[in-house]
Design a protein around this ligand. Structure first.
Ligand code: IMP
Length: 428
């Protein structure tokens, strides 16, 4: 038996989709534990591109059971659209299950997400506008709807009457916009319920059964540690816990069962949305890396902000998640960059910091402390072994491991599954 957690070590978009796809081939079950269709994982396999938002990327392997865990929030519309796309691509979804405990994005949640952003004005967060935050808010406020509620029409109806009164009051009185109609929502969601019925399950026996059988399980993280509601650059974060701890609570797998945690890190850094980003490049080099790395959001199409590798962030991710091994992605994007810089810490108000600070204003205005390494100025995409890499690229990879505090076990040098250098065992 082995349980491997895969987390994003930066601000999301580290290229986790590709790594999950690589690892999923060797496991029996893939579980997603948090987030919703704010996430976007792209997998290129055999020259074909697949995009995932809610459904675990393991779905490409028919032998793998794919679980949407109870820590996730599921928009039934988005889920059904994703199912249809996958089926259209000839992918079987027979081994997919959704926890009946997962919370559900309701039609008013994206509306509140957008209105909340408008209300914040210049201080907006830059959310994906998918209603993820408002859905988690309702979960904590204990007025959320769970996927299992779709199987209880009378309960849904009674609860919606109560909840929608609260929602419509806020919409009309606070925001001055039109209310939602109860019957329209009920009709739509009952239809979704019929289509989702075959996937909705109590995942407790499924997950515990897999553990008892000694199966290999992969917990697929979405977003990244710096977007964590507690550890990240609050309030410029998402509303869930995209950490190793969050993977446990969102799947019902205890920490004592975790065999290994793999952190995925881009060879540089990107973030979408607003908030502090100490190593951000505001110049032509940043633009060039954005173009070469195709740094545009999978979900919203927004241009991602680009910067140097931030080892203060990486160390923080390694230490707070117990990262045992790093997987470094998009090394090839730096093929034409020389010199390359690594941020090893910050100076804020004359004080040195080796990790991200809670004070968001200090984090916004701190100065990065950098070390410089020579670039390799040659293509790496065809490299398949560490020895194939130019010496300067090898030195860069080794240094990333040293400054971050975990060994590098995998390097990605291109989007396809084959564009990979495996240096360690990855899945135990
Ligand atoms: P939300 O998750 O839509 O509420 O957005 C909150 C913040 O998290 C925004 O800055 C988003 O851009 C960011 N975010 C959410 N999901 C992802 C992701 O999958 N990748 C990168 N950033 C994300």
């Amino acid at each position: 038996m082995s349980v491997t957690i895969l987390v994003g070590g930066q601000w999301g978009d580290e290229g986790k989709g590709k790594v999950i796809d690589l690892l999923a081939d060797g496991v029996d079950m893939v579980v997603r534990s948090q987030g919703g269709n704010n996430a976007g994982h792209t997998v290129v396999s055999g020259g074909r591109e697949f995009r995932f938002q809610l459904i675990p990327s393991g779905i490409l392997y028919p032998q793998v059971t794919c679980v949407i865990g109870h820590g996730m929030v599921v928009d039934p519309r988005a889920f059904l659209a994703e199912l249809a796309t996958l089926r259209g691509q000839g992918i079987s979804t027979d081994n997919l299950v959704i926890s009946d405990r997962a919370h559900m994005v309701m039609p008013y949640h994206p509306a509140f997400d957008k209105l909340g952003e408008q209300q914040r004005g210049d201080d907006r967060l830059g959310t994906t506008a998918r209603g993820i935050g408002p859905t988690y808010e309702d979960k904590v406020r204990r007025i959320g709807f769970r996927i299992g509620d779709l199987q209880k029409p009378r309960f849904m109806e009674k609860k919606l009457r109560f909840v929608l009164r609260l929602k419509n009051e806020a919409l009309t009185r606070l925001y001055g916009v039109d209310p939602f109609d109860e019957q329209t929502i009920l009709d739509e969601y009952m239809q979704h319920g019929e289509l989702l019925d075959r996937y909705i399950r109590d995942i407790y026996p499924i997950v515990q059964g897999a553990i008892a059988r000694g199966d290999r399980i992969l917990l697929e993280g979405a977003q990244g540690v710096m977007l964590d509601i507690d550890l990240g650059t609050y309030p410029y974060v998402t509303s869930s816990a995209p950490t190793a701890g969050g993977a446990c609570t969102g799947s019902g797998i205890p920490p004592s069962r975790i065999s290994k945690t793999i952190g995925v890190f881009k060879a540089y850094t990107t973030r979408v949305g607003y908030g502090p980003f100490p190593t951000e490049l505001h110049d032509g080099l940043g633009e060039r890396i954005r173009e070469v790395g195709a740094e545009f959001g999978t979900v919203t199409g927004r241009a991602r902000r680009v910067g140097w590798f931030d080892a203060a962030v990486a160390r923080y991710a390694v230490n707070t998640n117990g990262v045992d091994a790093m997987f470094v992605t998009k090394l090839d994007v730096l093929d034409s960059v020389d010199p390359i810089r690594i941020c090893t810490g910050y100076v804020s108000k004359g004080e040195s910091w080796d990790h991200p600070m809670a004070n968001i204003s200090h984090m916004k205005h701190c100065e990065g402390v950098y070390e410089e390494m020579p670039g390799w100025l040659s293509p790496t995409r065809d490299c398949r072994r560490l020895e194939d890499l130019p010496a300067a690229a090898r030195a860069y990879i080794t240094r990333l491991g040293e400054v971050s505090g975990a060994p590098v076990e995998g390097v990605s040098v291109g989007p396809d599954r084959e564009h990979t250098i495996v240096l360690g065992p990855l899945i135990p």
